[in-house]
Design a protein. Structure first.
Length: 557
């Protein structure tokens, strides 16, 4: 949808990845077939420009020149805060093949041209797309459906493109996600928050297979808590789906980041539980637990093999039985990755992603008629954030006092709470942006990070001991022969003993980092609260009779 809000035209669209062979099936989908007769085919060749320092990309801007027949259209796009489905967009027709910067007046690019852009703008990559587009009325919205097939080309590498774009021209964003859910019932579709420009930059920089990290959130001040949750949920979902391709290729960092994204989304639901409460929310939380559990074994084996077994193998290169154990664990890891990949490619997971996006927009919680629930949704995000940060900090400080006496399970529970607070500080950081708040936040998050790492090291010990015990208890020729069995027990005992020897030192580190965390000042107190303290009532005036009596002359006696 292109509309003017504060003189800034806005584009609202979502992208769905699809296999090339399924594009034909989409054309015959019952929802699309009646409108397909109005389709228009076109070839869209576009060149994207930036300086050699990638200044535009760093500022969330894209600049392209697209050729459409004899026309050349210059397009400037800018991220719209933290809303991944909406972008500011300025389009203008130009005469030449290169950008015409005189047409950038009044756009987000203009402020960068004089001081920020270093050096001339140069081509970075090109997209060549065959598009079939047609209008569709769905729900209460008017939507342009575009079926795109082509590639991104950097000159040295290329990447195929096969996707469906759903662009809103009038109506609600939720209808785009609901349409995607309906289409996904017959054709496998994968929601993607990555634009063509983002994929182009990733191809140029060789980042197509690595792990995608979480982006900084910039929540607008004074927005309702419900709107704040919506933006946070979409960013967590973007972080999740951007790592699907890496996990499919067996990338360990992508798997790690995918699990971080799951935890962040579960944390967001927990932080806003009074805002989004309901059966639908519970069902989504349960599905996220499933996704976490099905990807857990592969991650545990990644860490166990790389940080424990591989160093032992390096010290005993000639030991056949230890090498056999190492190869056995690698096979288990491959199997675990295959199971994780199968889960991510399943109908269950594709539907879950689209359901989460739809739920964030128009879930049952948005239609809650309970007065208290509505009040919580309308509450300013700053007030909600400060309350949640305060509660988590108080809980961690209380549980951390008994750190020495906690068993593995209780320490793991405390670590989960610390992670929640860490993610919460990242979600809400932009809301407390005074100089004093930023200084306190750096100190607070530094202490919190150290405490989390100390608890994480203790948790790693517990996980490794558990895996070692599992290895030692496996019997029978299915797993090891007699010689390998001795090595298995030897290595399991070696690992367990080595891990147990670290506990005392790690627990000491945890106590020290807890003390630093406890002493760190809360950064959300550095900003005035959303609701000002009521003014002190003026002193009541004394009755006139008393004042008159005091001022009257004394009678002589």
């Amino acid at each position: 949808m292109r509309r003017k809000a504060n003189s800034t035209p806005t584009e609202t669209e979502i992208k769905l990845l699809v296999q090339p062979g399924d594009l034909t099936g989409l054309r015959h989908h019952p929802l699309l077939r009646p409108a397909f007769g109005k389709s228009v085919k076109s070839r869209l060749n576009a060149v994207y420009y930036d300086d050699r320092h990638r200044t535009l990309r760093e500022r969330g801007l894209t600049l392209r020149v697209r050729q459409m027949g004899k026309q050349r259209i210059q397009t400037i796009k800018a991220l719209n805060g933290s809303d991944p489905a909406r972008r500011a967009e300025w389009e203008t027709e130009i005469k030449g093949a290169r950008p015409d910067l005189s047409k950038a007046a009044g756009t987000a690019l203009e402020p960068l041209l004089e001081k920020k852009v270093r050096g001339p703008l140069e081509p970075v990559f090109e997209t060549r797309i065959a598009r079939t587009a047609f209008p569709l009325h769905f729900g209460r919205s008017d939507i342009v459906v575009a079926l795109d097939q082509g590639k991104i080309d950097t000159g040295r590498a290329s990447l195929p493109i096969s996707e469906v774009e759903l662009e809103l021209t009038r109506g609600k964003l939720a209808d785009l996600f609901q349409l995607a859910l309906r289409l996904n019932e017959s054709v496998p579709l994968k929601l993607s928050y990555a634009t063509k420009s983002a994929r182009g930059y990733a191809l140029v920089e060789g980042r197509t297979g690595g792990g995608a990290i979480a982006n900084d959130l910039h929540l607008p001040a004074r927005i309702p808590a419900a709107q704040g949750f919506r933006l946070i949920a979409h960013e967590c979902l973007r972080h999740l789906v951007d790592n699907f391709p890496g996990v499919a290729h067996g990338d360990a960092e992508a798997l790690h980041q995918l699990r971080v994204a799951i935890r962040r989304l579960r944390t967001a639901i927990s932080l806003f539980r009074d805002v989004v409460a309901g059966e639908e929310t519970q069902a989504i939380a349960a599905e996220l637990r499933w996704l976490r559990e099905v990807t857990g074994p592969a991650r545990d084996l990644d860490v166990f093999i790389d940080e424990v077994i591989a160093p032992i193998r390096d010290q005993h290169r000639q030991d056949k039985s230890i090498n056999a154990l190492y190869q056995h664990l690698r096979r288990r890891r491959l199997k675990s990755y295959a199971e994780a990949r199968e889960a991510l490619m399943s109908m269950r997971c594709r539907e879950l992603v689209l359901r989460i996006a739809t739920w964030a927009e128009v879930g049952q919680w948005r239609a809650n008629t309970d007065a208290l629930a509505r009040a919580r949704q309308r509450r300013p995000i700053e007030a909600h954030a400060a309350e949640q940060l305060r509660k988590l900090r108080r809980r961690i400080r209380k549980e951390g006092r008994a750190l020495s006496g906690l068993d593995d399970a209780a320490r793991h529970k405390l670590r989960v709470e610390v992670k929640k607070l860490r993610y919460a500080t990242e979600f809400f950081a932009s809301l407390f942006a005074t100089k004093r708040a930023r200084k306190r936040r750096r100190a607070f998050t530094g202490a919190l990070r150290e405490f989390q790492e100390a608890l994480g090291a203790l948790n790693d010990v517990a996980v490794r001991k558990s895996l070692s015990a599992e290895i030692a208890n496996r019997v029978g020729p299915r797993y090891f022969d007699q010689e390998s069995g001795r090595a298995r027990i030897f290595v399991a005992g070696l690992v367990a003993g080595h891990q147990e020897a670290q506990v005392a030192d790690l627990l000491g580190d945890a106590k020290k980092t807890y003390a630093r965390f406890r002493a760190a000042k809360s950064f959300w107190k550095a900003t005035p609260p959303a609701t000002a303290r009521p003014a002190r009532a003026p002193r009541a005036k004394k009755p006139r009779r008393q004042a008159a009596r005091r001022s009257a002359p004394k009678k002589s006696t």
